[in-house]
Design a protein around this ligand. Sequence first.
Ligand code: PLP
Ligand code: TYF
Length: 389
Amino acid sequence: FFDALGDVQSDSLLALIAMANADPRTDKIDVGVGVYRDGVGNTPILRAVKAAEKLLWEQQQTKSYIGGFGDKRYTELLRPIVLGRHAGDDRIIGLHTPGGCGALSLGFKLIATAHADAKVHVGTPTWPNHIPVVEAAGLNISEYRFYDKLETRIRFDEMISTFGSAPKGDVVLLHGCCHNPTGADLDEGQWREVVDVVSSRGLIPLVDIAYQGLGRGFAEDAAGLHLLLDACDEVVIAQSCDKNFGVYRDRVGSMFLKTATADGTKRAMDHVVQIAREMWSMPPDHGAAAVRIVLDTPELRSDWDAEVGEMRARINRIRGQIAASDPRLAYIGGQFGMFSMLPLSKEQVVKLREQHAIYMADSGRFNVIGMADHAVDRFIGAVIEAMNG
Ligand code: PLP
Ligand code: TYF
């Protein structure tokens, strides 16, 4: 019966983790997967999260079901962070999801429930999981070229002309900040142009914001999203706490929806809860409960702010170090978040893997803070050698 199943195309990033783990060389550098690593190469549990988990263990009275919306206090506490000046808008309602991935899935399935024939414009390259999630919702995808890897710049004209000729009701998938896989974020002027064309043509933006706080700062990283909320009646937001709280495996995210009216959003959210019921029924509690306790406890909250500041500072310090090493890498200093993409061919990437035990995605995407401090110079030397070769 199950012989009918063919091979799946595995997630190339997850396959890369296994490949790096299997390499016995002790000086290997794993800049493949997107998790934060500190100066000695560890992915620690944040102090604030550890303290919140202790409080949770002491205080939690029951593990009974929490309901389809998940932890409502958790989504309430996220509102000022994610929505900023729009936090009080009752046309925006949120729901706790299993990670950003769960939020994306819900968002696209909601879109498909409303309009099964909607088309989603996706800029390439993008996070490899975006495409299967959109396809699983049964929506049509139209790709446009977002970024030129060899010229190391956003193809902004192409983005604007794609949106400018899209019919009303088409969906655009936007990265809120810290673009994965390129690190190339829109600047404020570019966001304003995008917001103008999206709102004037009646397009539906779905904003994926999975790295808030790790680029320029919490408010800055959501500035484009807030401009969209100023101008658009209908916005879908897929948010993740997995990176900025370092709770990757606990699967902590949220989906927010804005429609033109509070009643309209309530009605749409009934559909969202129904869609979630078919997939996971209710979200896992633990990680969101820890995040809630951090945000609800002033000392933990300020410690968390400081810890995100430390992560951001390390990201931007290593970016600066790489950017200063060679004029061809200077662009990396003007990009944000965990990732940038090197202008290397797949052959050059494979050579780095074989000759230098440096593991990055075939596309040349690397995790800026994937390596320990002591490995940065060796990484830079090998990359320059590869670019020259
Ligand atoms: N969106 C982007 C752009 C990501 O890089 C990730 C990374 O995992 C996600 C969404 C999903 O995050 P989560 O692990 O919370 O599902
Ligand atoms: O892009 C990354 O490396 C992270 C981790 O299916 C990730 O977002 C990668 C692939 C995947 C889930 C998470």
